[in-house]
Design a protein around this ligand. Structure first.
Ligand code: PGA
Length: 253
């Protein structure tokens, strides 16, 4: 079975002590996940090192960076490189979250560079894609997401694409409380897998984990995750509340 993942995205929330309290609360409540399941915490840069220590050797549980820079090193004040992440043993990194695309002008070709750099350091990129409301209303969401995949991932070879985790996050569902229905999620996830199959082959596409993101909560996670092409979730708001995120972890297939 391909990896089923509950990924928390804390965004720009929590102080160090608040974050530690939240993390410890979740770790103590979650028990051991199954072999094919993973739990990932994408937390603010300043806490990565400490949180990695807090998690220790807990089975299939990792911290992630929320972003990395698309160049290897140099005069980029305020940025964080994949070499830096590798040097503190970070195994996952979110790439191309819609907030990064919107507020920091990240584009598909820049994101392709980030994906390459992550993979070169064996850091799993959680590559985000998803359409804004006007595209959904125009009924051209499939083409929109396909272009994002083509321009940021299709240069990879069959081996590399299987290292990538894709997160489909319709922008109109992020932080709005308006979740995509489980059918809408499944339709897009199926489309993404079909597009991957066309490019890389069916067997390869079947190995790629595709997460859903956008107002996932404890109460709706089970239904969404039960869809055949949904392999877990990337969770913002509800990942900031221990009991909610625990319920989401328990909803993994
Ligand atoms: P949300 O955010 O769960 O608060 O909608 C999801 C995300 O942006 O990754």
């Amino acid at each position: 079975m391909r990896k089923q993942i509950a990924a928390a995205n804390w965004k720009m929330n929590k102080t160090l002590s608040e974050g530690e309290q939240l993390l410890k609360g979740i770790l103590s409540g979650m028990g051991d996940v199954k072999d094919h399941q993973q739990v990932v915490f994408a937390i603010p840069f300043p806490y990565l090192l400490k949180s990695n220590e807090t998690i220790g050797a807990k089975k299939n549980t990792f911290v992630a960076a929320q972003n990395c820079h698309h160049k290897t090193s140099g005069a980029y004040t305020g940025e964080v490189s994949v070499d830096m992440l590798e040097s503190i043993c970070i195994k996952y990194c979110i790439v191309g979250h819609s907030e990064r695309r919107e507020y920091f002008s990240e584009n598909n070709s820049m994101l392709a560079e980030k994906v390459n750099l992550c993979l070169s350091k064996s850091i799993v990129p959680i590559f985000c894609c998803g359409e804004p409301l006007n595209i959904r209303e125009a009924g051209i969401q499939n083409e929109f997401v396909e272009k994002q995949l083509q321009e940021s991932l299709f240069h990879l070879d069959a081996e590399a694409i299987q290292q990538v985790v894709i997160a489909y996050e319709p922008i109109w569902a992020i932080g709005t409380g308006k979740t995509a229905s489980s059918d809408q999620a499944q339709d897009m996830h199926q489309h993404i897998r079909a597009v991957l199959a066309q490019q890389f082959g069916k067997d390869i596409a079947a190995n790629v984990s595709i997460l859903y993101g956008g107002s996932v909560k404890g109460s709706n996670a089970k239904e969404i995750f039960s869809q055949p092409d949904v392999d877990g979730g990337l969770v913002g708001g509800a990942s900031l509340v221990a009991d909610e995120f625990l319920q989401i972890i328990q909803s993994l297939k």
